[in-house]
Design a protein. Structure first.
Length: 148
C-alpha cells in the first residue's frame, strides 16, 4: 500500500513541476516580449534588418541593441555587452512592415530596408527547456547508486 501512495505522490509532484515549468516559460516570454516592444517603440533608429530572427537598432541612450535568435536562445546585446534574454524559444519571427501597414488587419507590404521600416510585428513561441534527468541504478544489494 505504501508503494501505491508513493507512486501517486510522485506522479502528482511530476505534474505540478511540469505545470510550474510551463508557467515560468510563459512569464519569461511575456517579459522578453515587453522589453523588446518597449525598446523598439523608443528606438532612435533601426540600423539592420538582418533576418526574420535578427534586428539591430539604436536606443534612446545612443547604444546599439541587437536581438538575435540562436538555436533556442534569444540573445540581447546592448552597447557591445551580450547575454541570454531567454531560452526555450521554439520560434521567433520579426515581420518588418513598410509604409502602407494596416494595424487593424496586421497586413501590408514588408521591407528589408531599415529606412523604409514603419512597424515591426514580433511573434514568439516558447516551450520548457529539456532538463536532464539523473538516472539511478540498483546495486545487487538493492541499494541505489548514481552514475558519475
Amino acid at each position: 500500500m505504501l508503494a501505491g501512495v508513493f507512486a501517486i505522490q510522485q506522479s502528482g509532484t511530476s505534474s505540478y513541476l511540469m505545470g510550474a515549468s510551463r508557467v515560468e516559460v510563459q512569464q519569461n516570454a511575456r517579459t522578453a516580449l515587453e522589453l523588446m516592444v518597449r525598446e523598439l517603440r523608443s528606438a532612435e533608429s533601426v540600423t539592420t534588418l538582418a533576418s526574420a530572427t535578427d534586428i539591430t537598432f539604436v536606443d534612446v541612450t545612443g547604444a546599439t541593441v541587437r536581438y538575435r535568435l540562436t538555436g533556442t536562445t534569444l540573445n540581447r546585446t546592448a552597447a557591445g555587452v551580450g547575454g541570454v534574454l531567454i531560452g526555450g524559444v521554439q520560434s521567433l519571427t520579426f515581420t518588418y512592415y513598410a509604409t502602407g501597414f494596416n494595424p487593424v488587419t496586421n497586413t501590408g507590404p514588408t521591407t528589408t530596408v531599415p529606412a523604409n521600416l514603419r512597424a515591426v510585428r514580433i511573434q514568439i513561441i516558447t516551450r520548457p527547456e529539456q532538463t536532464t534527468r539523473r538516472r539511478h541504478r540498483r546495486r545487487p544489494s538493492g541499494r541505489r547508486w548514481s552514475p558519475p
